[in-house]
Write a protein that binds this ligand. Sequence first.
Ligand SMILES: Nc1ncnc2c1ncn2[C@@H]1O[C@H](COP(=O)(O)OP(=O)(O)OP(=O)(O)O)[C@@H](O)[C@H]1O
Ligand SMILES: [Mg+2]
Length: 379
Amino acid sequence: MSGNRYNAFDQHGNKVTSMIRTGARKRAFAAGLALERNVGKTGKTFWKKVPMQVYTAATSKPTVADIPVAAKAEVEIPTGHAEMMEFIQQSYDLKPKDLVINPLKWKYLIRSAVRGKNIMMTGPAGCGKTLAAKSLVNALDRPNFYFNMGATQDPRATLIGNVHFEKTKGTYFSESLFVKAIQTPNAVILLDELTRAHPDAWNILMTVLDQGQRYLRLDEQDGQATINVAEGVCFVSTANIGNEYTATRQLDKALLDRFVIIEMDTLTDEQEHGLLTYMFPSVESAMLKNVSSIAFLTRSEAKADNPRIASGISTRTSVEIAGLLFDGFTIQEAADITIYPQYDADGGADSERTFVKQIVQKFMDDGSSDDLFDVEDEN
Ligand SMILES: Nc1ncnc2c1ncn2[C@@H]1O[C@H](COP(=O)(O)OP(=O)(O)OP(=O)(O)O)[C@@H](O)[C@H]1O
Ligand SMILES: [Mg+2]
């Protein structure tokens, strides 16, 4: 049992929670029994409670009680300082392979979360802010809640709740999921795209995020009812600060002050090539190299003194292109669909689009598109 969750581990310590329904795990825990996987006559898997010894007898050393504890240590956050330090220092092992992030920043992310800081991931579009936040949530295996603040039209309804009226009941209040979230001990609460939220949302969040206050005021008018943020709750938000996004509102300075800022870096071309190769091992490596080179060249240009394009191609777009190559599209087709629409065609030969087309052109006529798949050589 970890927090309010019942996790399952196999005899080797691998986590298998998601394979077994909550009820079965809970009952096995209550009975102190192991679960054995069985397949019924209809071919359906069912889990049968059996004595722990069935699985522990074979291995000599660990006792019945040792097994779950040892296995759980992977995600259980220790309380003593020395153990906590150890946990943070070893936390790189918890990073999923499909997330590319500077090791120090990942460590800082984990540390900030276990220390109950409010975290804000910043960086340009499509650089992995949301992915990093979600990876953190998965790595820590805590109760988690997701709110896309950029998509909320009515901040009060999303963060506080709704007042309803029914003839039989009269006026009553139904609280939001957010109210439930902040009352869940050790919850990790994702506030995605906070910069795009309505300023009303920021006002409501102001006291919630303040370490000295940590409460939500249900009714701003009478100033009475408040709900306290539970112990160990950590907020992780993402923001596009200071980039090309015009829809992004300038985040209030006072709100920003309540966060530890972790800036996601744009990937280097080697890092991006590595990511694409990891994600699409059957696509020829040279093709993926072209994708990462195109992306890198556009990013360098956007950073130059007198840039001819305002922004570079994001990692999101690179991954998208690689996915198209995987499905048999040529790099030209992929560029037509994913890259060019992002660049303005106004100005003809001097347009952003023309400039980007020239970059793509350099990587096209090398014949590599004839031989897209190279399954034997790649692992
Ligand atoms: N650093 C990264 N490591 C691995 N994959 C990445 C990275 N950055 C981007 N990607 C890929 O791009 C996709 C989009 O990333 P993500 O949603 O995290 O971007 P974001 O920074 O939140 O963008 P936005 O500002 O638009 O919200 C991911 O699903 C992933 O496939
Ligand atoms: Mg995002």
